[in-house]
Design a protein around this ligand. Structure first.
Ligand code: ZN
Length: 80
């Protein structure tokens, strides 16, 4: 009786590195680290809200948000 042993099957195991922030997979660890470092995080940013009166916006939420990320000079404006 001929038995095929498991060892005869070959396969290649590939390792992937995932950026924890945007969930992109990279074959290289360096690229994944680079991707993570490239993201401008809200945790270290300065966030300023632009508000309107309670008559205009009943919920009291800002109508615009301006964000200045760490290492940048200018605010980026985000709308609803
Ligand atoms: Zn990323």
């Amino acid at each position: 009786m001929k038995v095929e042993s498991e060892g005869r099957h070959t396969m290649t195991e590939k390792k992937l590195y995932t950026c924890d922030i945007c969930k992109t997979d990279y074959a290289s660890k360096e690229k994944a680290i680079q991707c993570e470092k490239n993201h401008k995080l809200l945790e270290t940013a300065t966030i300023v809200g632009v508000y309107k009166s309670m008559n205009a916006i009943k919920e009291g939420v800002p109508t615009k948000i301006k964000v200045k990320f760490k290492g940048m000079d200018e605010f980026i404006e985000y709308g609803r």
